[in-house]
Design a protein around this ligand. Structure first.
Ligand code: PBG
Length: 322
């Protein structure tokens, strides 16, 4: 009789036959830094996550390096009064994100990868990822020019990796060309290849103080589609992406597996704000064992094929392994 239970009899036996694992070196912490605040500001829909001060984000980055993480993904939160229709603070040399990249890089050097979000939604007053035409639709080609300039500034300020998340057509190509022209040939592009128009980004809106007018369905992908994800990912690779990302992670593990099987470059997955908040809310009610659920979530994302995981639990997970 076939007895699969034989291989589950002891921790040593289970360890020997275990197929997948999570390591700190594969994890990236997404983190928020806000302009003009004196102390960290809690994000109520993401208990445990805050908008950092400049000093706070530098401390967080140091902790990430000490815990052996791969990197920190920086998101800038401008003052509400600094948001405008074109997201001009994104391109201001002393804008919050540019400053944070500069200061964090000076703090961590090469001991941690400094990654930056290349997108306009944190900076626009309408909350869309680009500039709008009079009819309210995001103008692809104008937006892409802004992304390219934004990425160049991030590289100038010390970003090791830039991460375009706006889902504009040709954004990777425009950024690659601009980076190369400016001699930033070593700066890598982690492209949000398959990014869905997802309700799971809800808490992120509060995290960056953004209220979105309308929805993002004209540029982010339809949750009903999977073949489209492969088209997007292949287009990004052709345009020069070094790493492609699938986002969200847990509700899209099938997409992650398909992308992993289809490409030969590293694949990242973003365990997004809503995935975080669901577990935190259930754990706070005593409905889930928090640590076990976190461990299982990260392991499931690895099993589905992610080489790299962006997660708000990255730092605490790594610290818990010590
Ligand atoms: C765009 C961006 C978003 C997230 C990462 N980059 C927001 C969006 O596209 O709506 C969401 C991440 C999360 O929900 O944790 N700047």
């Amino acid at each position: 009789m076939n007895r699969p239970r034989r291989l589950r009899t002891s921790p040593a036996m289970r360890g020997m036959v275990s197929e997948n694992s999570v390591a700190a070196r594969q994890l990236v912490l997404p983190a928020f830094v806000a302009d003009g605040i004196d102390e960290a500001r809690p994000i109520s829909s993401m208990p445990g996550v805050v908008q950092h001060t400049m000093d706070g984000i530098k401390r967080a980055a140091t902790e990430c390096a000490e815990a052996g993480l791969a990197g920190i993904m920086l998101f800038g939160v401008p003052k509400p009064e600094d948001k405008d229709a074109t997201g001009s603070q994104a391109l201001a040399e002393d804008g919050i994100l540019n400053r944070a990249i500069r200061e964090v890089r000076a703090e961590v050097g090469d001991s941690l990868l400094v990654m930056s979000d290349v997108c306009l939604d944190e900076f626009t007053d309408h909350g869309h990822c680009g500039v709008l035409d009079p009819d309210g639709v995001v103008n692809n080609d104008v937006t892409v020019l802004l992304y390219a300039e934004m990425a160049r500034q991030h590289a100038e300020n010390g970003a090791h990796v830039v991460a375009p998340s706006g889902m504009m057509d040709s954004q990777v190509q425009a950024i690659r060309e601009q980076l190369d022209d400016a001699d930033h040939t070593d700066v890598a592009i982690m492209a949000y290849g398959a990014k869905y128009a997802s309700a799971f980004y809800g808490p992120f809106r509060e995290a960056v103080g953004s209220s979105l007018q309308g929805d993002r369905k004209t540029y982010q992908q339809d949750p009903a589609n999977s073949r489209e994800a492969l088209r997007e990912v292949f287009a990004d690779i052709e345009q020069g992406a070094d790493i492609v990302m699938v986002k969200p992670a847990l509700p899209y593990l099938d997409i992650l597996r398909q992308v992993r099987d289809a490409v030969d470059i590293p694949v990242a997955a973003y365990n997004v704000s809503g995935e975080y908040s669901m577990v935190e809310a259930a754990a706070a009610n005593g409905w889930l064992d928090r640590d076990r659920t976190i461990d299982e979530s990260l392991l499931a994302i690895r099993r589905a094929g992610a080489d790299i995981i962006l997660s708000y639990w990255a730092l605490e997970w790594a610290q818990r392994q010590r």
